[in-house]
Design a protein around this ligand. Structure first.
Ligand code: HEM
Length: 547
């Protein structure tokens, strides 16, 4: 048994305890800072309540053991029940409704089911890319705003069969309502009830009304337009639970419809952060483009390509790790009747109360130096093949845990891969402020604050994501860059030998250049154990289950 150690806690002040240690308008950023200061575990006490935070891979893995722990439904999750009641995300562990909805919904969010909707995700992404290409060179944009619209559009189309046509218009009202509902859900538990009711009650009710109206309209739209499309909405309206034989009421259908875009809104946060990481790591873009050139070539990205993009897969995993877009999740010990003894963690090093709520802070877990060498570096290579397989389970918790793990993770995964691949393939991004450093805020998810980019569309192989400072890119030995291709002045290639082919001699002929570079890349790039020309690939889709 390890020597018992008290759980670190910021000093706090009399009466209010650690109230001032957490900024109510940016809770997750405060927790990230506390994790940086205190390490694997810390606690705060506010007005007599203790919350324990876990911020290391080993401890996260321990409290993800479903034999000892379960999801804790408290605080903001209880608040948002005003809007979505006992939906998948908000149901208490013992609520029958969770199992009924889970068994009806899960098959429609499986990898196989999502695969039938990928064309629609690609179609929506094409709309956004056309919009960004139309901005013209050097026009600044905050990518998150449009990515939010893309996500809502793709979620609504693929899962509920309706196009909102919001990518080229003003943000859909649901986006503002989700912001209001989730920000209020985070703030309400820390405010006096009277204040919540008197001052913020109107905003709270309005956001719920807008969100439920979105769900009700989708149901009405389907009733008015009967179809044999077997999507999630079809299952919600017509499905029965294979165990209990029960179906969802219309109000429960609306609960689940509303839950989906709230969950899904994490994905654009991750992609916005991913764009930042790519602007800071042009060598990653070069490698990703090499893979895309070899696999997709000059044509459009197609659903079947997704299984052949191991490096893009690794880019997405590394983005999920470093963005911690879903910033954490809540755990509590499983109650044991008549046993109020403390719960031991780390072999008895720490002890917490038998009913202690704990929050896993992914900003700490995902950057745990005990597991990730140089944890702040954006390094997709650590997410490739055997290196990824060797990571402990606690280091891969971006989609949550166990039976309450993200039910939308396959949808999210394919969306992230499609959008990341298409953005890298079709657009160049340059941070509007080259000195921008990641600062995040958010409620149920976290996103970069005020991150703007300039976009232009990819003209030549070497047009990498722009960087402020000089970078050296080491290409694997033997990789050649076609002659006639110009690299940006900040980029130096090491061990690259120009080839001289007739096609590459004409630096303006993109089609010919592509053919030339594809040849070189197919021969030389080998990301992990997978090669794009191999017949026996371990596919990215097969990997999605591990993600
Ligand atoms: C990058 C994208 C996403 C990330 C990182 C993410 C992350 C998570 C996490 C960490 C949880 C567990 C929450 C908890 O334990 O309290 C969760 C649950 C959930 N997510 Fe996601 N999510 C993503 C996208 C999506 C999408 C696209 C959908 C819907 C289409 C979705 C729907 C849900 C639902 C309904 C739950 C509750 C599941 C249950 O408790 O049964 N999420 N997600």
């Amino acid at each position: 048994m390890a020597t018992p150690t008290s759980i670190p806690q910021p000093p706090g002040i009399p009466l209010v305890g650690n109230l001032l240690d957490v900024d109510p308008s940016n809770t997750w950023w405060s927790l990230k800072k506390l994790a940086e200061r205190y390490g694997e575990i810390f606690q705060i006490k506010v007005l007599g309540h203790t919350i324990v935070f876990v911020a290391s891979v080993a401890l996260a893995e321990e409290i993800c053991d479903e034999k000892r722990f379960r999801k804790f439904v408290g605080g903001p999750i209880v608040q948002i029940r005003d809007t979505v009641h006992d939906s998948l995300f908000t149901a208490y562990d013992n609520e029958e409704s969770w199992g009924i909805a889970h068994r009806i919904v899960a098959p429609l969010l499986s990898t196989q089911s999502i695969a039938t909707r990928l064309d629609e995700v690609i179609q929506c992404t094409d709309e956004l890319i056309a919009k960004w290409k139309g901005l013209g060179a050097n026009r600044q944009t905050q990518p998150l705003t449009d990515l939010n619209s893309l996500n809502l559009e793709a979620t609504t189309l693929t899962l509920f069969g309706k196009k909102l046509d919001s990518i080229n218009g003003p943000p859909h009202p649901v986006i503002g309502a989700m912001e209001d509902a989730t920000s209020e859900a985070m703030k309400r538990p820390n405010r006096p009830r009277l204040l919540n009711w008197l001052v913020y009650g109107g905003k709270w009710k309005k956001s719920a009304k807008t969100l439920r109206a979105y769900g009700a309209e989708l149901v009405e739209h389907r009733k008015r337009n009967p179809t044999d499309r077997h999507d999630l909405l079809w299952a919600l309206l017509n499905g029965t639970d294979p165990e209990s034989g029960k179906a969802l009421t219309e109000s429960q259908v609306i609960d689940e419809i509303v839950t989906m875009p709230i969950g899904s809104s994490t994905a654009p946060c991750a992609i916005a952060a991913g764009i930042l990481f790519l602007t800071q790591n042009p060598d990653v873009v070069v490698k990703a483009r090499a893979e895309l050139d070899a696999v997709v070539g000059d044509g459009p990205l197609k659903p079947e390509h997704l299984s052949e993009l191991p490096y893009i897969t690794a880019v997405v995993r590394e983005t999920l790790r470093l963005s911690f877009a879903a910033p954490g999740f809540n755990i509590e010990p499983i109650p044991k009747k008549g046993d109020d003894s403390p719960v031991l963690l780390a072999g008895g090093k720490y002890r917490v109360a038998h009913s202690q709520a704990m929050i896993i802070v992914l900003a700490g877990v995902n950057r745990d130096p005990a597991v990730f060498e140089d944890p702040l570096a954006f390094r997709p290579e650590r997410m490739l093949g055997d290196a990824f397989a060797a990571l402990p389970a606690g280091a891969k918790k971006w989609f949550g845990n166990g039976k309450r793990e993200c039910i939308g993770k396959h949808w999210a995964w394919d969306f992230l891969v499609v959008v990341t691949a298409k953005l890298i393939k079709d657009l160049d991004f340059e941070a509007a402020d080259p000195a921008y450093e990641l600062k995040q805020d958010g409620w149920f998810n976290v996103r970069p604050i005020d991150f703007s980019v300039k976009t232009s569309f990819v003209a030549i192989f070497a047009a990498v994501f722009s960087v402020a400072s000089a970078v050296t890119i080491s290409l694997p030995s033997g990789v050649s860059i076609p002659s006639g291709v110009t690299l940006p002045s900040q980029v130096t290639l090491v061990s690259a030998t120009p080839t001289s082919t007739a096609a590459a001699a004409n630096g303006n002929d993109k089609r010919q250049q592509s053919a030339t570079r594809s040849f070189g890349i197919r021969q030389n790039f080998n990301f992990g154990q997978q090669t794009s020309s191999s017949g026996a690939q371990k596919t990215a889709r097969a990997n999605a289950d591990d993600n």
